[in-house]
Design a binder for this molecule. Structure first.
Ligand code: BGC
Length: 745
């Protein structure tokens, strides 16, 4: 439809019709087996159902087509319904959870995954995915870190923009793509004490420098929607935060698309004590520029009166409605309301071999090897026992893979039987213990008395372990322990699993390879010391078993790097590598009494951001800088001129594979600004590059350092660089001290 036709349509709509374009109703009110990702207080009336502009949680080609037909027939202007869904890390083919994708340090993995998710979802009638989540995640207590690509703004920005491009493709008219919604704006990950839905207190410079960049990268990549967050930011709920939405999102970030509230977030402004009632909440949300009210009766029940009373101008309303109509139009829904929905297509693409292959590759690239003593991995014996609740568990996706089917997931057992079935390697499997102490308690639980059932399972497991030359212990969080509303104050593996670990690791001289399935960094207690090898598997999705066996067998050398730091103790949270130095930094060796330290725990992460081993060893040379001084070109700084070669420093290292096998290492560039008008982090990631080298081979890796890279939110409350000394670090994790100094003049 042409823009003028859209305008004519808008002019022709009644006030009620316009308002209802801003109303989203839950899919379960329209379809029986829709996903339930939230609950509404009150069912929508038939009138609202008839006129609503969008719904969420419905997929399936046949269902989507029938629903659209019904809806358009009943709608006075036959305006198509927008179908939205949380396709977070997979529709039918499920990829590793976003935290695992972050660990690939490979935006191409995210892009390809998003492309496939879009293709599958579009074939099942979905128009919009509520993904990616760009929330910076530094607190492992928060269950939603699973949905984020991690603790670093730079890495997140790269992954988020790749996902947006993957979902949306070049044009939304292309029916194999869907519109992408960046969420949750803003700073949802900064929730106090890691507790979901709560308050966030952030200074302006931390917000701008740390929290906002990844959302902005997604917006720059063209994301068509943004979702508000549940939290308050410095006392103001996001859905009523005019400064955040109008000034920062729309003005500074130039976002032109549709802003949708999170589920019931407009109504929740009443519970927060920010709005007197739903009517006031609706006015505040409209003023902040929230276009769609997700799943409450706020807009449907109050906007008419607000407009009639002159409290919300019709102009404001029209602007919001127009944004929704434009999105529908850009998706091509006025010409083809069924868009990509097709039973044949969905049968052809969903879970097809090609998609599974890409997912398998994503799994192996996401796995992070934390320990590998005496080259315990790859497996090398003829008798292997796979023990633990994850040895044959189908639920290896996450609670956010809502449209996936766990039956299609490949378990460790299935993959191991496939791999070793025809070989002379003998395998045994044992459940080993219960997943949780109490199935109704997803927390850590308290071992009141020894679980009898667990004891019997452990005895059987110990027998299998004694039989084997190598034991693969498959442990981790239960699926419901991470995701939305799953904050935890104890982030260890569940009690029965620790009991299993203790029993098996007590067997003398046994090679134990521990696999951890997790949606967040965990406190690992003595697991690293007592394991010969330790592999972080995240929530790997459909091809989990295959991807993991590729690594265990040595067909693929692990290449993943931690996207979030793993702590020694939960008391260290929030924990992130890019902290400030303090005026009294703890000395590297020992600790002086009056230094910034814990009495009972190191300051550092147990395993830092960016860390991960391969099956080989790499040597990284000292850094060579092409020059020591970088000139600050005022024209470049103002953005009127692009930085040229002359304004760059090339920082290079030579990396050599000194081990025995071909492997991929990830070189990471960090920069420290030695002093600034506001204190600066001890290190900030500014670049990364993966290199694959055969044994004995070396390569030169070069990063470009330019002035824009050195900008931060200065004392002048704007992004600019400040002349002075800087340190560049290039290494294989965030604790590298391989460095060289340069100056900005
Ligand atoms: C979550 C969002 C999600 C929405 C719709 C909310 O509870 O916070 O991330 O997109 O539900 O399912």
């Amino acid at each position: 439809m042409k823009k003028t036709d859209l305008k004519n349509l808008l002019n022709d709509m009644s006030l009620e019709e316009k308002i209802m374009q801003l109303v989203q109703i839950p899919g379960y009110e329209l379809e029986q087996d829709a996903a339930v990702t939230g609950l509404s207080d009150k069912a929508s009336s038939d009138r609202v159902k008839k006129l609503a502009g969008s719904t969420l949680g419905v997929w399936g080609a046949e269902k989507a087509i029938a629903l659209q037909k019904r809806h358009m027939k009943n709608h006075p202007h036959h305006i198509p319904l927008l179908l939205m869904l949380d396709v977070i890390h997979g529709h039918k083919t499920v990829f590793p959870c976003p935290l695992g994708q972050g660990a690939t340090f490979d935006p191409e993995v995210a892009r390809k995954g998003a492309e496939i998710q879009a293709k599958e979802a579009a074939s099942e009638g979905v128009h919009v995915t509520f993904s990616p989540m760009a929330d910076l995640s530094r607190d492992a207590r928060w269950g939603r870190v699973l949905e984020s690509t991690g603790e670093d703004k730079f890495l997140n920005g790269k992954m988020i923009s790749a996902m947006v491009e993957g979902y949306q493709g070049k044009s939304l008219k292309d029916k194999e793509h869907v519109a992408s919604c960046i969420k949750h704006f803003a700073a949802y990950g900064g929730a106090e004490a890691g507790r979901d839905y709560t308050n966030v207190e952030l200074s302006e410079h931390t917000l701008r420098e740390q929290y906002l960049p990844a959302y902005e990268e997604g917006i720059k990549a063209g994301a068509r929607l943004v979702m508000t967050s549940f939290n308050t930011l410095n006392g103001i709920p996001s859905s009523g935060n005019k400064y955040l939405m109008r000034d920062i999102l729309r003005k500074d970030m130039k976002f032109k698309g549709v802003l949708i509230s999170d589920w019931a977030a407009i109504a929740e402004m009443v519970s927060w004590g920010f709005a007197e009632d739903m009517k006031e909440a609706s006015r505040l949300a409209m003023e902040a520029g929230v276009d769609i009210d997700m799943c409450t009766a706020c807009y449907s029940g109050n906007l008419k009166a607000l407009v009639k009373e002159g409290k919300v101008s019709e102009k404001l309303l029209d602007e919001a409605v127009m944004r929704v109509l434009e999105l529908k139009n850009d998706l091509g829904l006025f010409e083809d309301p069924f868009r990509g929905a097709s039973v044949e297509k969905s049968l052809e693409v969903c879970l097809c071999d090609e998609h599974r292959k890409v997912a398998r590759d994503a799994v192996r690239k996401s796995l992070v090897l934390l320990e590998n003593k005496d080259n315990a991995l790859p497996l090398s014996s003829k008798k292997v026992a796979f023990i633990g609740p994850y040895a044959d568990e189908k639920k290896i996706h996450s609670s956010w893979a809502i449209s996936g089917n766990p039956d299609t997931n490949v378990t460790i057992k299935e993959a191991a039987e496939e791999l070793f079935g025809k070989s002379d390697v003998k395998v045994k499997f044992a459940k080993g213990c219960n997943m949780l102490l109490d199935k109704t308690d997803l927390g850590y639980g308290v071992a009141k008395e020894k679980d009898k059932d667990n004891k019997a399972l452990i005895e059987e497991a110990v027998k299998a372990a004694k039989w084997a030359d190598e034991v693969v212990l498959c442990l981790g969080e239960e699926i419901g322990q991470s995701g939305e509303s799953t904050s935890r104050v104890d982030i260890r593996i569940p009690v029965p699993q620790k009991e299993l670990f203790d029993a098996v690791s007590a067997i003398k001289n046994k090679k134990i390879v521990t696999l951890i399935f997790n949606g967040r960094p965990l406190v690992l207690d003595d697991i690293p010391e007592k394991s010969s090898a330790l592999l972080i598997c995240w929530r790997p999705g459909t091809e989990g078993g295959h991807g993991i066996l590729d690594v265990l067998s040595g067909a693929y050398s692990p290449s993943g790097k931690l996207s979030m730091s793993f702590p020694y103790a939960v008391g260290q949270e929030p924990l992130h590598y890019d902290h400030y130095n303090t005026g009294r930094p703890k000395p590297l060796e020992g600790a002086s009494i009056f230094s910034s330290r814990y009495l009972d725990c190191p300051n550092e992460a147990r395993y830092p951001f960016g860390y991960g081993l391969t099956y080989s060893k790499f040597e990284v040379s000292g850094i060579k800088l092409s020059k020591k001084k970088l000139s600050k070109d005022a024209a470049v700084a103002k953005g009127v001129k692009k930085a040229s070669e002359a304004d760059h420093i090339k920082a290079s290292v030579t990396v050599k594979n000194i081990g025995d096998v071909t492997a991929t290492e990830t070189l990471q560039l960090y920069i420290r600004d030695i002093s600034g008008s506001r204190v600066r982090p001890v290190k900030e990631l500014k670049g990364f590059e993966k290199v694959t080298l055969a044994s004995g081979k070396s390569a030169k890796v070069t990063f470009t350092i330019d002035e824009p890279m050195l900008r931060f939110f200065t004392i002048n409350n704007k992004f600019e660089s400040e002349p002075g000394r800087f340190t560049a670090f290039i290494g294989t994790d965030s604790e590298t001290d391989n460095s060289a100094e340069f100056e900005l003049v």
